[in-house]
Design a protein. Structure first.
Length: 202
């Protein structure tokens, strides 16, 4: 059974694709962008997040480990970031708002981190959503082998493709990666997507 490490699930989202959506945030990323919007997503493993300015020293969190996923700090000073889910568990959350998706032309968006790093799980949950007529979107930075795109393409209605920058110096400074590497993948993605939909129309 495939599982994935998820660090957040946001229902009633309006910013991750069309309509009302549920956004599922996968943990783990292969880029280390300096301005990362979700730095807690970079590690692929569950973590304990500590916010010192919120801590009152009550001691309730003494002995806390990442396995105690139900722990709740009353001051939000400590949080478990990252929990293991099965496909069925994630789908049960997604399908709760199916009526809202249908009335708003919404659906589900898989984001991160980089959701495509957990490609086997992503494939299974996308397939299950499409089998149940739920619109699907994948939010990616594209630093992923084409084979992973090809695997999920039949079950993905929309790609939210995050192109970080077009200047090589900016790219190296802020993303620690030569821009030509990503742009080669962007081009391959565009070329293959075009060919895929051309075949679908024939």
């Amino acid at each position: 059974m495939n599982t994935a490490i998820i660090f957040d699930i946001q229902r009633n989202s309006f910013v991750d694709g069309p309509g009302i959506r549920t956004t599922v945030f996968f943990k783990g990323c292969n880029l280390k962008c300096k301005w990362c919007h979700n730095p807690e997503s970079q590690s692929s493993k569950p973590q304990i997040m500590f916010y010192k300015d919120k801590c009152t020293g009550c001691g309730r969190c003494s002995g806390l480990t990442v396995k105690k996923t139900e722990f709740v700090c009353f001051n939000d000073a400590k949080q478990i970031c990252g929990k293991e889910y099965t496909v069925e568990e994630i789908f049960n959350i997604i399908q709760k708002d199916k009526l809202f998706y249908e009335t708003s032309n919404g659906g589900v968006t898989f984001s991160g981190g980089e959701c495509m790093l957990q490609i086997d799980f992503l494939f299974e949950i996308l397939k299950k959503c499409k089998e149940n007529n739920i619109h699907t979107a994948v939010d990616t930075a594209g630093f992923i082998p084409w084979e992973s795109f090809a695997k999920i393409l039949p079950y993905t209605d929309l790609f939210l493709y995050d192109v970080k920058a077009f200047n090589n110096d900016v790219h190296k400074e802020w993303f620690f990666l030569m821009i030509c590497i990503l742009h080669c993948r962007h081009r391959k993605f565009i070329d293959n997507i075009y060919q895929y939909f051309l075949r679908k129309l024939q």
